[in-house]
Design a protein around this ligand. Structure first.
Ligand code: GLP
Length: 255
């Protein structure tokens, strides 16, 4: 894994570089987009490059990681709307080519299977942006998720509902109890992964991710088995790392 410990603007540049490379190299680039606060600086940097440097996302398609089950179609916290506000509407990405699992489907299992098939039909994800939950989840793969899991229905932990209550008027009960999420097996098939984590609340999960044993107790640890992962951390998120100096040195000598 490449680990970058830096201030947020530099993290945003490194994350946006990974996306830009795919946009420039591939005829039909496929982006994997995460919601949540962590990726926002990368999206803002992509928007800036689009506006000021003519970077185009018009030929790309994109897949979301996850979606709440049962939120009304016009609910502002549906991830489809969130990613619209945070990225799609701000660049020239075609909204018709932005796909997410359908949390309003009558048959949720069928919706998950259809979403998996869409990813395969697009040729797989070239670069997947990720955040990490305080309990070590990625997408909504909560602790205990199988490393082989595919897109499926998942129940959110109490911790995640508390973490996400800030988007639902501060009330954990208002956060949907269930979601659809790409599985860990699905995410591991993306060709490149870029994970962002900022703030002290993420320090424990980041320590497990980079220095812990691979365990379903911390789902993100499966990324240790992926051949192309970049982990972008601010000082606070890196504050629990025993190997922080080593990671900094590696970055100095290899760039
Ligand atoms: C949410 C999302 C994840 C996200 C994580 C961290 O529950 N389902 O995709 O990575 O929590 O969110 P944030 O970046 O806001 O801390």
């Amino acid at each position: 894994m490449r680990v970058v410990i830096a201030e947020v603007p530099e993290l945003a540049r490194v994350g946006a570089d990974a996306v830009e490379r795919v946009l420039r190299e591939k005829e039909h680039p496929v982006l994997g987009l995460a919601t949540g606060g962590s990726p926002l600086p990368v999206y803002a940097e992509l928007e800036r490059r689009h506006r000021e440097e003519g970077l185009s996302l018009a030929h790309a398609s994109a897949f979301l990681l996850d979606e709440y089950v049962g939120l009304p179609a016009d609910h502002p916290e549906r991830y489809r709307h969130v990613i619209g506000r945070e990225l799609v509407d701000r660049v020239d990405l075609d909204p018709e080519r932005v796909h997410g699992p359908d949390g309003l489907a009558e048959d949720l299992e069928a919706a998950c299977a259809a979403f998996e098939a869409q990813i395969q039909a697009a040729g797989g994800v070239d670069v997947q942006i990720l955040g990490i939950g305080t309990d070590g989840h990625i997408a909504f793969n909560e602790p205990g998720s199988s490393f082989a899991s595919r897109t499926r229905v998942m129940a959110l932990t109490r911790q995640t509902r508390e973490d996400n209550a800030r988007f639902f008027g501060g009330d954990p009960q208002a956060v949907p109890a269930r979601c659809l999420t790409q599985g860990l097996g699905t995410i591991m098939q993306a060709r490149q992964l870029v994970l962002l984590a900022t703030g002290e609340a993420k320090a424990a999960a980041v320590r497990e991710l980079l220095e812990g044993a691979v365990s379903v107790a911390w789902p993100a640890t499966i990324l240790q088995h992926h051949p192309d992962v970049t982990v972008l951390l601010d000082e606070a998120a890196a504050s629990g790392l025993r190997l922080a100096e080593h990671f900094r040195e590696l970055e100095r000598v290899s760039r």
